[in-house]
Design a protein around this ligand. Structure first.
Ligand code: ATP
Length: 494
């Protein structure tokens, strides 16, 4: 399409050169013009929909993801399907005089399946699917972002027409990049882009193909009210971290088609992966398969999953040379955590490990019995004691402490502050922002000292148990929760 212009341009340049006209300034000017055209047309730079080519329709095709491919998120899926039903049953809506929905905002932490939900929405509503990220609209030049928004919507309509579909879905990830609140001096380029998006969302003409926008953000609090007001993204759907049942469902979807050993207990893995997103769970399954392959095992076993969970949680195992004395101290420290955890919260220890991973020289992996969202004072106190137990064990064994407990203290202090903030300390119900920092610090120290004394009593009482486990941990470098409980049960009856 551009060939005749390129030919004519080259011909003109040759002719001017023949006449002896100086060409350098002209070439520079033409170069700048081409660069500006390149960026503003956004013809080939980023994103699937800006690329013009024969496989364009294939890229905008209806995604092959369905709601049944998404684990957990029962409520979010249901809300989204309901909203899509409005989109699909337009005629019925008209009869009732219901305004069509323009956009849905999916909010939630990274990796929880927002993109999957948007794809499934396109599949469900039999719509062509285009995707873009907020950051792709951001350019230095004023007007470029707005132009890209225009192109995106027109591309969506074109793709729908080409594929003989009645609607299109546009998914905009990281909407906060263009839709964040402006304070003070406004950024003109961002404003133009956002305004263009709002205009396109408002401006569905009669008989035009409806374009439905699904946007996603991890930071809903940052969004401008122009975006969240009724008539714009007025349906907000939370796509949160999955609960235990959701995690098990996600794991079961990702293990499909993989050689899984019969011993693999997805319920146990789901219990041990509290706080994991769908993306982390997908990664656990993938890493477990990699460990099985490294072992040249025919099937993926429970031990491969345990290693995979550790890797996703703590990072890759590292070859950090540790002196024998340091290793022994780390072992005692971790055994202290495990001992107190198991005594205060029976069945909570999943593993005690002495191999360095990420920043840690050793670690105890706990599994909460069930997902907890509320905590009592006594539960928080137990958590603080478990944090302090590493230091208490070191003091019991060596009569001194080391620098290895910095993270434990940070966690313990955070828990103490939560107790104070939620009215569970001796200060009663208070407003944290009004409290004197000195008083706050004294209360934190008071709680820590009291709980440390109780923790130290426990580790001292079980000195011989620490000794038994120490030898085992130094040799095996890993004690499984079940094995640890057996040893502790024997200690408690003796
Ligand atoms: P971000 O906010 O970082 O863009 P997201 O919420 O859009 O993340 P997705 O891109 O949808 O997350 O998910 C990433 C991958 O994680 C998916 O391709 C899938 O493998 C897995 N995943 C996430 N959530 C789920 C889920 N609920 N069910 C099944 N797989 C999931």
């Amino acid at each position: 399409m551009y060939l005749p212009f390129i030919g004519a341009g080259l011909g003109t340049i040759l002719f001017l050169a023949y006449l002896g006209v100086p060409l350098l300034p002209m070439i520079v000017i033409i170069g700048i013009g081409v660069a500006i055209w390149y960026y503003s047309s956004a013809g080939t730079k980023v994103g699937s929909y800006w690329n013009k080519g024969s496989s364009q329709d294939q890229r905008n095709a209806i995604p092959n993801i369905q709601f049944t491919d998404i684990g957990g998120q029962t409520k979010a899926k249901q809300e989204l399907m309901e909203a899509l039903d409005f989109l699909i049953q337009q005629e019925k809506m008209k009869d009732y005089g219901i305004q069509p929905l323009k956009g849905i905002l999916l909010t939630g932490p990274p990796g929880t399946g927002k993109t999957l939900m948007a794809k499934a929405a396109a599949h469900y509503s039999d719509a062509v699917f285009l995707t873009a990220s907020g950051s792709e609209f951001v350019e230095m030049y004023v007007g470029v972002g707005a132009n890209r928004v225009r192109q995106l919507f027109s591309q969506a309509r074109k793709a729908a027409k080409n594929q003989k579909k009645n609607r299109a879905v546009i998914f905009i990830d990281e909407i906060d990049v263009i839709g964040a609140k402006r304070e003070g001096s406004q950024h003109k380029e961002y404003d133009q882009t956002l305004n263009q998006l709002l205009t396109e969302m408002d401006g569905i003409k009669k008989n035009d193909i409806p374009v439905f926008v699904i946007a996603a953000t991890n930071r809903k609090d940052l969004l401008d009210s122009a975006l969240t007001r009724p008539g714009r993204f007025d349906r907000h759907i939370a796509v949160d971290l999955p609960d235990k049942a959701g995690r098990k469902h996600i794991l079961s979807l990702h293990v499909k088609g993989k050689p899984i050993h019969d011993e693999v207990d997805l319920d146990k893995i789901a219990r041990e992966t509290f706080g994991f997103s769908g993306a982390s769970l997908a990664s656990v399954v993938n890493e477990a398969a990699i460990y099985a392959m490294r072992d040249e095992a025919k099937q993926i076993k429970m031990k491969h999953f345990a290693q995979a969970v550790d890797k996703v949680l703590m990072g890759e195992q590292i070859d950090r040379a540790t002196s024998t004395e340091d290793k022994k101290r780390v072992a005692i420290h971790e055994l202290g955590h495990a001992l107190v955890a198991e005594l205060l919260e029976p069945n909570s220890v999943a593993q005690v490990v002495l191999t360095p991973r990420g920043q840690a020289l050793g670690y105890v992996r706990h599994h909460p019995k069930e997902d907890r969202y509320l905590h009592t004072k006594s539960q928080l106190e137990k958590q603080v004691m478990i944090c302090l137990a590493g230091t208490a064990a070191e003091e019991t064994w060596y009569q001194n402490r080391s620098t290895g407990a910095k993270n434990d203290y940070e966690q313990a202090i955070h828990l103490c502050k939560t107790m104070i903030d939620t009215g569970l300390s001796s200060l009663g119900i208070i407003d944290m922002s009004l409290i004197d920092p000195d008083k706050l610090s004294k209360e934190v120290t008071h709680i820590l000292n009291e709980l440390y004394e109780q923790t130290l009593n426990i580790t001292k009482r079980h000195y011989s148990f620490l000794q038994d486990c120490l030898n085992l941990l130094l040799i095996e470098e890993r004690i499984d929760g079940e094995q640890f409980r057996d040893l502790l049960a024997r200690e408690l009856v003796s």
